[in-house]
Unconditional design. Sequence first.
Length: 318
Amino acid sequence: MLKKSFVAVLAVISALTTVLSCNSIVGSTTSNLTDSLENSLTEGNTKGKQDTVKLMDILDSLNRGKIVFPALDSINKIDPKVAKRQFRDSIYRELNKKDKHIYLTFDDGPLIGSSAIDSIITSKDIKISTFLVGKHAGMSKRLKRDFDRYMNNPLVECYNHSFTHAANKFHAFYSNPEIAVSDFEKCETSLGLKHKIVRMPGRNIWLFDDVRRVDLTSGAQTADLLGVNGYKIYGWDVEWKINGLSGKPVQSVEEVYRRINNMLGNKSTLKPNNIVLLMHDDMFQNKKGQQLLSNLIDSLKQHKDYKFDFIANYPIKY
C-alpha cells in the first residue's frame, strides 16, 4: 500500500506537463510515470526490478528542472512550489527507509600507512577503495609488499590516481591533457589495474554516465579526454583532511562522523543515500591515527542501514 502522504502528491504528478528525459525513463508519459512511481513505492517491490523508475532518477530530474509542475489554476488548486516541495519530501521519506552506502576511499597509496589500513579493514570486515599512485609501488620493497597486500585482499579494490601524482604541480600537469592522460595510462599498466576508474590528483572532479562536475577548470580538458578514453572519474562528498606537514588527520572523528550523518540525512551528497569519504594513506602511519580510523569505522557500523561498498558500484540506486 502507498503511504497516505504520497497519494496526494501522485495526483499532482499526473498533471505534469513535461516528459522526463533521464536515461532510465526516456519516453515516459506523465500517466505511466505515475504508475511507475506507484510500483516503485509499493511494498514488496524488489530492488532488482528493472522496469520501475528509480526514486533517485526521479529526484535527479526534479532537481534539474526536468519535471515541471503546472501553474496554479482552478483545477489544480495547489501552488506548484508547494507541490514540488511535497513531492521531494515524499521521495526523501522513502529513501530514508533504504540502506545508505558509504565508500571509504584512500588516496596516494601505497605509503607508510597502507599496511595498517589493510589490517584494520580486514579485522572490521568492510570494503574500501584505494586510489594508488603507480610510482609509489616501486619506491621500496616494503611499499611493493603493501601494494600486493591491497591487490590480494578481497575487501580492497584498487583504482588509478596517476603514476606521478602530477609531481604535485597540478596546474602544469593539467595544462597538457594528452601527457596527463598518458600518465594515468602508465599507472594502469604498471600496476595492472582491473578498473578504468580514476581520481584526479588535486581535483574533486566527477565524470561518469551523465554526470560531469568540475571543481577547477584547469583539470576539465584532462577529465574530458579521460572520459573519451573510457575512464570514469570519481571525486568525493566529504574529506577527512590531512595536515600537509605532520600527515595527521585534521578533523576529529566526531566531526567527520557527524558530517557523514548530516549529509546522508539531508540528501546533500552528489547522489542521495551514497556518500564518498576521501582520506589519505599517510594519515594512518602511526598508532594514534590508526585508532582514529578504527573509531570512525566502529561509529559508522553502529548504523544497521549503513553499508560499505566499492566505488566501482557507485552509485547504488533505489
